[in-house]
Design a protein around this ligand. Structure first.
Ligand code: FES
Ligand SMILES: [Fe+2]
Length: 378
């Protein structure tokens, strides 16, 4: 991801101030991972005002289908209205705030709140509110559900909780094309697995861990046997990056044709994706903050609809049984270390050639967090 603007207030830690130049900069001071006040500012600066992945068009294939979810603790739902248009709303009744929908399913005429039965049309307008005829100055039109901006890209759905947000296409316009160049029919894929991990680490520690390959040969011996370090192609834009590597032959149980594509994406603020060699798949990972030292990692695994390719099972096992478990152990250890009196800042390990092990994307991510916090302060 590229950065163009500057950050005026650079946080200072024991090894000095965060620098624009990654070759000279110490890492973010550890309080950025442990301070509850910074965390609460991040919710508003990052999670409530950026485009966040929420699902796929195949989650709501028919009119009136819906699913619920949360973005950094904010309950929302996404649905298809009668005409097939996809809409998103805060999942909260405008009477006294009860949540409206649960799980996923299909709606009938409208949405009825389980608390006092206020009901809403599929466009979010208030349809009926029992016993409000005598309520003074009660204007039904003022009590529609709060809408949320929603965007589609190659079948992926994104929401932005900020009503004033810039359009998705402004900074993510080429994102979908990087998916369809590998998985041309991704719009027709379905989620074949949804995984949920509760992790004892600040959300940024988990994103950090996906932002560099430096640890792969050390921490992921199985993955290192699959992944060739040579970068074959990449796209770097302000809000996302895409990297195409080639695979080695794999190992027993996951035999792969050497040279098969191994693709990784990173998108601001919390999205990471992998397409692992050996079968048609897309692993979509997002980190949802859940307190300063806690987050949830959610993983949706997409594959073509129909009989499961046995090679997909091997790919899933590589991810679930090996490297994701290894990464969870890593990030929880790092969170304990960041809370230690014996650590405040390290260094970004980079070289001028930006080699495979470079931690430049990590520096870029931290830069973007600082920039977002600064924008919040106005
Ligand atoms: S809170 Fe929904 S009807 Fe009362
Ligand atoms: Fe890892």
């Amino acid at each position: 991801m590229n950065t163009s603007s500057s950050v005026a207030s650079r946080p200072v830690g024991e090894r000095g101030a965060f620098q624009t130049n990654h070759l000279e900069s110490p890492t973010l001071p550890s309080r950025y991972y442990t301070d509850d006040a910074i965390y609460r500012r991040e919710l508003h600066a990052v999670h409530y005002r950026n485009w966040c992945y929420i699902g796929h068009v195949s989650d709501i294939p028919r009119p009136r289908d819906y699913f619920t979810d949360t973005i950094a603790g904010q309950p929302i739902f996404v649905m298809r209205d009668r005409s097939g248009e996809i809409r998103a709303f805060f999942n909260v009744c405008q009477h006294r705030g009860h949540e409206l929908l649960k799980g996923r399913g299909s709606l009938k005429v409208g949405i009825t709140c389980p608390y006092h039965a206020w009901s809403y049309n599929l466009d979010g307008t208030l349809r009926n509110a029992p016993h409000t005829e005598t309520v003074a100055n009660f204007d039904r039109a003022q009590f529609s559900l709060r809408t949320i901006n929603v965007a589609q890209s190659a079948g992926m759905l994104f929401v932005n909780l900020d009503p004033e947000c810039e359009p998705f296409e402004t900074k993510m316009g080429r994102f979908g094309e990087t998916i369809t160049r590998h998985l041309p029919d991704f719009e027709d894929y379905v989620a074949v697995e949804r995984l949920h991990y509760d992790i004892g680490a600040n959300w940024k520690v988990v994103v950090d861990n996906f932002a560099e390959a430096y640890h792969i040969p050390v921490a992921h011996p199985e993955l290192a046997r699959v992944l060739d370090e040579g970068l074959d192609d990449f796209v770097q834009e302000e809000r996302f990056s895409y990297f195409l590597y080639r695979s080695r032959t794999g190992f027993e149980g996951l035999e792969i044709e050497a040279g098969s594509p191994y693709v990784a994406w990173m998108a601001w603020p919390t999205l990471n994706m992998l397409s692992l060699p050996g079968s048609k798949n897309l692993l979509v990972l997002r980190m949802l903050p859940n307190g300063v030292g806690q987050c949830s990692e959610r993983v949706d695994i997409y594959a073509p609809e129909g009989p499961v390719d046995p090679k997909l099972l091997a790919v899933k096992s590589l991810f679930m049984d090996h490297f994701n478990q290894q990464d969870i152990g890593i990030v929880e250890s790092v969170q304990r270390g960041l809370s230690s009196l014996g650590y405040d800042q390290g260094r970004y390990v980079c070289d001028p050639e930006d080699s495979w092990f470079s931690e430049v994307p990590l520096h870029t991510f931290h830069w973007q967090v600082l920039e977002a916090l600064e924008r919040l302060d106005g």
